[in-house]
Design a protein around this ligand. Structure first.
Ligand SMILES: [Zn+2]
Ligand SMILES: [Zn+2]
Length: 131
């Protein structure tokens, strides 16, 4: 693994946050100021391809990157976009199997939405999120 890729991987692996490429770029540049944006994006792609991290596509927002490689549902704030991991019960796919008779499900991508406590209190939002 190149030094750059290791740095990017470490940033993602260090925290449960599901950061965007831009957030990862900012953090990586703090450590390695010469790092180019394109290098970050390219290495994120390679890490996803090799299965070391997961990419979480977000509707109408930049994708986020996840250190947790096992399949798991996400709880997403509709206001600020904050993402939390949920622990799924083993039989999670059961109800979906009912909808797909004769099909063996191999995985899922489940996003549940809410308004997080900070947004409910009006303390956070798309602008205040970084503070
Ligand atoms: Zn929120
Ligand atoms: Zn996750």
């Amino acid at each position: 693994m190149t030094r750059q890729r290791q740095l990017i991987y470490n940033i993602i692996n260090a925290a449960p946050e599901h950061r965007t490429a831009e957030e990862i770029y900012d953090l990586a540049r703090a450590e390695m100021p010469s790092l180019a944006r394109g290098t970050v994006y390219r290495n994120l792609g390679l890490l996803v391809q090799s299965g070391q991290i997961r990419k979480l596509e977000m509707p109408d927002a930049p994708a986020r990157y996840d250190r947790e490689r096992r399949p798991h549902p996400h709880l997403i704030c509709q206001v600020c976009g904050q993402v939390e991991d949920l622990v799924a019960p083993e039989e999670l796919l059961g109800p979906f199997s009912i909808m797909t008779p004769g099909v063996t499900l191999t995985g899922y991508d489940l996003k549940l939405y809410h308004v997080c406590p900070a947004c409910q209190a009006g303390k956070a939002g798309p602008v205040a999120r970084k503070a």
